[in-house]
Every structure is written in structure tokens, then in C-alpha cells.
Design a protein around this ligand. Sequence first.
Ligand code: MG
Length: 260
Amino acid sequence: MIHIKTPEEIEEFKVAGSLSKAVLRRAGRMVRPGVTTREIDQVVESFIRLHGAVPGFKGLYGFPASICASVNEEIVHGIPSERMLVEGDILSIDTGATAGGWVGDNAWTFFVGTPSPEARALCEVTLDCLKAGIEQAVPGNHIGDIGHAVQTLAERNGFGVVREYVGHGVGRVMHEDPNVPNFGKKGRGVKLQVGMVIAIEPMITLGTFKNHTLANGWTVVTNDGKPAAHYENTVAITKDGPVILTQDAEGPWCSLQGGE
Ligand code: MG
């Protein structure tokens, strides 16, 4: 069932959205060689709670942390650990906060120092895929238009589109209907209506999009060990077009770089 939000509810939602973007920025400012993903998670959890909000991910389906931290070949759902970031890594952080009863959800792939040219290109294209998907989030379009835009751009650049993990409706809980795949055909799927709020989140791979889950039951990695990138915003569909809810005073994007 798709929950349609009123204009007043979307205004309320912006509080959770802007905090979620601030959380992602706070996390990103810590990204540098020598930092562990657990240290980032601990700072993020404190940051969220200091703002009177609740981590959106901690405890969700039993996930143990406030961020998903996925390094290099890890696509999504990486568990923060003692793993120390090293020069040249890329780190995808997916995080969000529940505030005022609404859930914000956003993700960004940060550079740890200077990534390889291939990893940099992957990140730049994946961010462009997110932007292309958001452009399609207008009333009267279909879910398939979003996936088609993402898939076309990714594959034109020779990259892979993960099939098993997709975007989603978002509201008072993290995952609502409908699913928002990063692949699809124009004009197919659920018709987009004013008041829908969706998380658009391309997960794009340098090599194969085929993947598997590690023995910890969470971390999804590429089968060929090549890197993956992941960018996400929570977006409201309004009569005036897409409105990105996960934005703060600095806007809806982070820097591609990590580091303070
Ligand atoms: Mg999401």
C-alpha cells in the first residue's frame, strides 16, 4: 500500500530529511585514511541523539549500527567494524534519522584520499544516475521511468546495475511501497502521484552487478571484487516536480571528497 503524504506532512518530513543530510555530512567529514568505520558510526549515533532524533537504521531488521559502511567491493549493508580506511578506498555511507515521526534516508560514496581513476569515474556516473532518476520523479511518470533513466546512464558508461537491492517508498517507516528499481522500462510500473515520497538510490558496479552476501548475513559484495558506488536521496513528488527532502542549508549533495 502506498501512503500519500499531504503538503503539510511533506513540510514536517523536511525536518527529518535535513537532519539526515546533516548526519551524512558529519559522517563524511570523518572519512580519511586511518579512521575505522566503527568510529564513524559512533560519532553518527551521538550526533543523531544529540539532535533529539533516533537513528533510522539501528535495530532495523536487526541491523546493529546507525550507518551502513560499505568499502570498495561492498555494495550495501556493510557493518561498521575495526576495519581501518586506507588511502584509495571508496566508502559508501547509508544513514538516516527519524525525527518528528518521519524517516530520512540518504547515502553517499566518499573518497578516502585519492581513489583510482576507475573508482572516481564510477562515483561520478553513479551520482549522475541519481540526478537522472530524480529528474523523472514527476507526477504522471511511472516508476519504470526512474529505473530506465538510471540504467541507461550506467550501462552507457559500461557499468553494472544491481538488481536485488532497490529504492523504496519512505515515510513513517523506512521501507514503504512501492519498490523503486534502478532498472526498468519507460512507462512501466506504478504511476507517480503528488504526495508520494520515495528513496531513489542507484547502486552501480564497476564490473559485474552479480553479488552475494557475506557470512555475517548483511554485507553485500560484488562477485568479481570490483568496487561499487551508492548515492541516495529521499524525494517528494509534488505538483511542482521532485523536491529532495534530504537537504540542509548546504543543499542536497555532499562533496565527493571525504575529510574535514
Ligand atoms: Mg534507502
